[in-house]
Design a protein around this ligand. Structure first.
Ligand SMILES: CCCCCCCCCCCCCCCCCCCCCC(=O)SCCNC(=O)CCNC(=O)[C@H](O)C(C)(C)COP(=O)(O)OP(=O)(O)OC[C@H]1O[C@@H](n2cnc3c(N)ncnc32)[C@H](O)[C@@H]1OP(=O)(O)O
Ligand SMILES: Cc1cc2nc3c(=O)[nH]c(=O)nc-3n(C[C@H](O)[C@H](O)[C@H](O)COP(=O)(O)OP(=O)(O)OC[C@H]3O[C@@H](n4cnc5c(N)ncnc54)[C@H](O)[C@@H]3O)c2cc1C
Length: 679
């Protein structure tokens, strides 16, 4: 029997259709929100921070940013970023990263801001690559914002293949300086966020050459603009790369160096060093310089949960106030969420958002543990972390992008309007498929890891104790999948074991294909490329196992019984939906049969029906406020139509009833035509 008022958002003045939904909640939305955000205290802090932002109008946009041109939006977001920093001491506990991130997001929005890369990449890059003396010099200034830094790695000609970056840093022992140079057009740095106009310092990845030998790409910390005039320094050419698909409040830039000289100690020397005489000292691990990329990859998984959760919140709220068509003739128009197809499109997105939330927390915790171990000289877990972060980043960003598009489609015509907020969320989220390692490339990095495990399996077992998320690779499967034979609404172990079977089989399949090609005389690298598609499948399957295991642990740990019940419904949906996604792979070796796939599909429909009454309350539990959602369709009060009209009226085009150029063109055209017809 549903309880009254378990959804803590019920308010007078809300659209009656959305209030009716909230009254159906079977759980307390604050308790669910506390599970997602960590604790009740953290949830309370979110709300206090949001209230602070509401109460300070100077932190708001003067009018919708959708109506601004690029220069206006850059100026607006820069103004707000400064206010974010000024107000931080009053509004948040600045020692807590998540409070800073939330406060910043509420103020600056989702399209980027001038400190985006300074905070997300430049500071982590300094922390991971600068030695103690360098850190003492630069880190306090970076935190104090005495300069704005970015991270310049990608070039016009190369992004993925770091080994072929063309920017050079050639050491001159006579002056103890590096000479930075952009030898070709394709060596131009291209993409770094905030490099175009905002940043005056940057980490630069360049080929390190000393005594005539190239030691590969290494990080340098370089001043590129005058601290007073902000003009590019002589020998540095800088600019903005122009409008993009999204993130247009971010000035992604280009940069060229013309034999630009910088001191020896601008090379970041925590890992590798070059002595004054030019002697090169290699790092303990060749990939230590890539650590800040792993940080962002880990953080992006949680970020995707926010984007997908926001899109699902918008689409689900809208789907209960939008009425269109009838299910029973003459029974009145139904809420579009009552259509099974609408539920099938939207509710799995909530389940995925929850899965990415828990995986994001897991990945960042693992990152922190591994970096701590590295600081003690222990590199053992770096490869595991790189593999896991690569797989999770690739799968979460891809599925988030697809999921947001589903949410947009599900809102019909209004989803296509920027008033819905959905195109903006999509355009930002889909960037995650490319930045910080293109997804396919990252899945192939995970495949390298799986290949090593396949070799170990073939030679009798793991060389070292496998991680919790890879030990299944060394086990043997049951003869036949147990999907549907051990039906319990709360235990999905048998389904996860089926996913493990698929991942193990696809890994061994790709490996045996590779071996066969090699045995036929094909070179190893060519054979790797000839088996890349099977390896990609194995990587995706392995990541599915990780996502489901992490989700299942999180559900197990949940203590609030009513919340746990909803999470159990969500994981059930997540897991059986995934069975549908990998049905071909379960069937192709006969591990599962058609009845079992049919069973899983039925489970999806059954649990969708069960989740339907709780749908609004579940998205309410993500606890996004209207400022964060920036969506007329996703308004918490459900009053969509009058606000769509108000939004359209605020369009600058509607300042004039007649456009100033009307009589010059269309007016004249019609007038001329009328005159002519009289002749
Ligand atoms: C107030 C406070 C507020 C606080 C706020 C705090 C905020 C906090 C919240 C933050 C929210 C986030 C917001 C985001 C916003 C978006 C911003 C957008 C940013 C976008 C930035 C970028 O976009 S920046 C450029 C990234 N550009 C790449 O990402 C290139 C990819 N390209 C590669 O990454 C390499 O090119 C590639 C392929 C590995 C091959 O590298 P390669 O050729 O050197 O290596 P090989 O493939 O030959 O592999 C040789 C062996 O190295 C192993 N290995 C390789 N990598 C390894 C590694 N990392 N660690 C360990 N091991 C590694 C491998 O596993 C092999 O191991 P083995 O031999 O044992 O198999
Ligand atoms: C919004 C955004 C923000 C960014 N911010 C920054 C930043 O702050 N700093 C920075 O330095 N860079 C930044 N970048 C650049 C980004 O990191 C690169 O675009 C990304 O790493 C991909 O590299 P690429 O563009 O060279 O793509 P490519 O490598 O050229 O990829 C093109 C295609 O080739 C395929 N491909 C490439 N190599 C392989 C391979 N080995 N095997 C199989 N397929 C392959 C890819 O899968 C893809 O399909 C940003 C990019 C975006 C979109």
């Amino acid at each position: 029997m549903p309880h009254q008022n378990l959804n803590t958002y019920i308010c007078a003045g809300d659209h009656p259709d959305i209030t009716e939904e909230r009254k159906k909640a079977t759980f307390n939305t604050d308790n669910f929100a506390a599970t997602l955000w960590g604790t009740h205290e953290k949830l309370e802090r979110r709300r206090e921070i949001a209230k602070y932002v509401e109460e300070h109008p100077e932190l708001h946009d003067p009018y919708p940013t959708e109506f601004m041109d690029r220069q206006e939006s850059l100026e607006n977001v820069t103004r707000k970023t400064l206010l974010w920093m000024e107000h931080a001491e009053n509004a948040i506990d600045i020692s807590k990263q998540e409070e800073g991130f939330y406060f910043g997001t509420l103020i600056t929005g989702s399209q980027g801001h001038p400190l985006s890369i300074h905070l997300i990449m430049a500071i982590p890059a300094l922390m991971n690559n600068a030695d103690e003396e360098q850190l003492d010099e630069w880190l306090p200034k970076a935190i104090n914002r005495e300069f704005v830094a970015t991270y310049s790695q990608t070039e016009l000609g190369h992004g993925t293949n770091l080994s072929k970056l063309e920017t050079t840093a050639t050491y001159d022992p006579k002056t103890e300086e590096w000479i930075l140079d952009t030898p070709t057009v394709t060596a131009t740095k291209w993409w770094p966020g905030n490099l175009g106009k905002s940043a005056n310092y940057t980490v630069v990845m360049a080929q390190l050459i000393t005594h005539g030998k190239n030691y590969g790409a290494h990080p340098f910390f370089v001043q590129v603009r005058d601290e007073k005039t902000h003009q590019p320094l002589p020998g540095v050419i800088l600019g903005d790369i122009g409008p993009k698909f999204g993130m247009n409040a971010n000035d992604n830039g280009f940069m060229q160096f013309k034999k630009f000289r910088i001191p020896r100690r601008t090379m970041l020397m925590k890992n590798a060093q070059v002595l004054p005489d030019g002697t090169y000292k290699p790092p303990l691990h060749p990939k230590l310089g890539y650590s800040s990329m792993i940080f962002v990859r880990s953080a992006v998984v949680g970020l995707m949960s926010l984007y997908l959760g926001q899109a699902a919140t918008i689409a689900i709220r809208y789907s209960v106030i939008r009425r269109q068509g009838e299910i029973m003739p003459n029974a009145g128009e139904v809420k579009i969420l009552d259509y099974q197809t609408q539920q099938y499109r939207l509710i799995p997105q909530i389940a995925r958002a929850a899965a990415f939330r828990f995986a994001g927390i897991f990945a960042l915790e693992m990152y922190n543990t591994v970096i701590h171990e590295i600081s003690k000289g222990n590199m053992d877990a770096l490869a595991d972390l790189h593999a896991l972060a690569s797989g999770l980043k690739a799968v979460a960003t891809f599925q988030t992008a697809l999921g947001i598009e589903q949410c947009r489609f599900a809102c019909g015509g209004h989803g296509y309007s920027l008033a819905s907020g959905l195109p903006q969320i999509y355009s930002v989220a889909v960037g995650g498929c490319t930045y910080e390692g293109e997804n396919m490339v990252l899945l192939l990095q995970l495949a390298r890891y799986l290949r090593k495990r396949a070799i170990e399996i073939k030679s009798g077992g793991p060389k070292e104790k496998p991680t919790e998320l890879s030990e299944y690779l060394f086990k043997t499967s049951a003869k036949h999948s147990l999907i549907g034979t051990n039906v319990s609404s709360t235990n999905f172990e048998h389904v996860i074991e089926s996913f493990e079977h698929v991942a193990r089989r696809l890994t061994l399949f790709a490996h045996s294909k590779l071996e066969k090609l090699e045995q036929s005389g094909m070179e190893h690298e060519i054979a790797i490329n000839q088996t890349a598609v099977p390896w990609r499948r194995a990587s995706h399957a392995h990541t599915r196992v990780a996502l489901t295991r992490i989700f299942a642990h999180a559900v197990q740990r949940t203590t609030d019984i009513a919340v746990k019940e909803v999470l159990q419904d969500l994981i059930k949906l997540y897991i059986y939906y995934e069975v549908g996604e990998c049905a071909a792979e379960l069937l192709e070796d006969g591990f599962a049969d058609g009845h079992q796939i049919e069973f899983a599909k039925d489970q999806v429909l059954e649990v969708l029906e069960k989740l339907r009454p709780n749908a609004v309350s579940i998205v309410d539990s993500f606890d996004f406020n209207d400022r964060e959602l920036n969506s007329v369709l996703g308004r918490r009060d459900g009053n969509v139509y009058e606000n769509l009209l108000a939004w359209a009226k605020s369009s600058p085009l509607n300042k004039h009833d007649v456009m100033p150029f009307h009589h010059k063109y269309l007016g004249k055209m019609m007038e001329d035509a009328r005159e002519q017809s009289k002749m």
